[in-house]
Ligand binder design. Structure first.
Ligand SMILES: [Zn+2]
Length: 423
């Protein structure tokens, strides 16, 4: 029996930016779909959208089938998938329609990470055109590769490869330029664009302006860009904050919060990518340290405390940013992201009483750390309900591997964007 007196009952969180069991060929994250979704459930996240990586020579739907086979026996909560497209030969266009048909209406592309993931402008344009044709959304990791490469090479030549230089190697202008270019290319071919993990207010403002001019463009940011400033790279534990794009300067952080408060950001995801501290500390060089941090379990308490309780956003806005909007964008609403009759019965019960401190030792990950270690938070996740079943309550995880199911997303609906607006 779940006693929720005095608590908030919210739709379970939908984190649309998650990398569990990510294998880059060089590093592999510490978690798998079982461990990662356990951590998610303990944080009130009831749906994740992870990625299937299509490698050279593979059809996108093959990548999806492989990823589902990996996830299905392990997941404790429901999940959906995006497809990372790394190889897109001419004549591959129909493969995106196949993806949409199997319930994966979103493709992810990178403007950086040569040679494996990088899409040059011609390839970007072809993928965008094909996606527009197939009613798929194009998600982009936007950083100008040439700017990042040159800055990195200059630092390496000067022997400046300590972690302190990580953000210097990936300046804000690299992100803003790439967003600008992607918006332009998307507009040319009528593609709908979702810019993941915006770390700069400049990127968010560009997306907002494009939308006011009638374009379908959606901005995501992550809690880490709202909570930390780049002084962390000079601190005691810089490895905790190595991620791409990097943490930004304090004035950009403040302006990004303001953009969230002003309703310019539509979605907040974690970009959860849980390398172990041992992996992150191994070389002490920013050029070889894996980028990514865990975030699923801390998403709600951190945003509730530093967003809602600090007066930056309303509770309603928090729910839209972390649940309703991502569910709408990825064609999962109202089954997910809502408490309507007929919805899936995914609920998080949040007890706003009391104060606590986030402790790495209490996280349900393997990585053994969280960048929020020692953060004071207000309230706590009291219980998590997945499709009507209590899977977490009062510190106790009661989930079962394989309980979670793949939830197919409907084709991207351009009409959805109007519903994202507002504070
Ligand atoms: Zn990511």
């Amino acid at each position: 029996m779940l006693d929720a007196a005095g608590c908030l009952a919210l739709p379970g969180l939908v984190d649309a930016h998650v990398h569990l069991a990510l294998d880059t060929g060089i590093y592999r994250t510490d978690d798998d779909f079982g461990i990662g979704t356990r951590s998610a459930a303990c944080g009130g996240v009831t749906t994740i959208v992870d990625f299937a990586t299509q490698l050279a020579g593979m059809r996108p739907i093959e990548a999806v089938a492989q990823r589902m086979a990996e996830a299905d026996p392990l997941v404790h909560i429901d999940y959906a998938l995006h497809c990372m497209i790394t190889d897109f030969p001419v004549h591959a266009e129909p493969s995106l329609a196949d993806l949409v048909r199997v319930g994966v209406p979103s493709v992810k592309v990178y403007t950086t990470y040569r040679p494996n993931y990088y899409a040059d402008d011609a390839k970007l344009l072809r993928i965008m055109r094909a996606a527009a044709e197939a009613d798929a959304l194009v998600m982009v990791h936007a950083e100008n590769d040439a700017i990042v490469s040159e800055a990195t090479q200059a630092l390496v030549a000067a022997g400046r490869t300590r972690l302190a230089y990580h953000a210097v190697a990936r300046p804000a202008v690299a992100e803003v330029e790439a967003v600008h270019r992607c918006l332009f290319l998307a507009r040319e071919v009528g593609a709908s664009l979702f810019v993941v993990h915006c770390s700069t207010p400049g990127a968010v403002h560009l997306i907002h302006q494009a939308r006011q001019a009638g374009q379908i463009a959606i901005a995501e940011t992550c809690p880490q860009y709202l909570l930390f400033s780049d002084s962390v790279y000079e601190g005691q534990r810089p490895a905790w904050y190595i991620m791409q794009p990097p943490i930004r300067a304090e004035e950009l952080r403040q302006e990004l919060w303001q953009a969230v408060a002003d309703g310019e950001v539509d979605s907040i995801g974690t970009d959860h990518c849980d390398y172990s501290l041992a992996q992150k500390r191994a070389t002490g060089q920013f050029t070889t340290t894996p980028g990514g941090i865990p975030g699923l379990e801390t998403l709600l308490p951190v945003l509730y405390t530093y967003g809602v309780q600090s007066g930056r956003i309303s509770l309603e806005r928090l729910v839209r940013l972390t649940s309703t909007n991502p569910a709408r964008v990825y064609g999962l609403y109202p089954q997910k992201g809502s408490l309507e009759v007929g919805a899936d019965g995914d609920v998080v019960v949040y007890d706003p009483q009391g104060r606590g401190v986030i402790a790495a030792s209490e996280q349900h990950t393997i990585g053994g750390y969280t960048p929020y270690d020692g953060f004071a938070v207000e309230g706590r996740v009291k219980a998590t309900v997945s499709r009507g079943r209590v899977i977490y309550q009062d510190g106790q995880f009661m989930g079962e591997p394989g309980w979670g199911r793949f939830v197919p997303g409907r084709p991207f609906d351009r009409g959805v964007v109007e519903q994202l607006y507002g504070r």
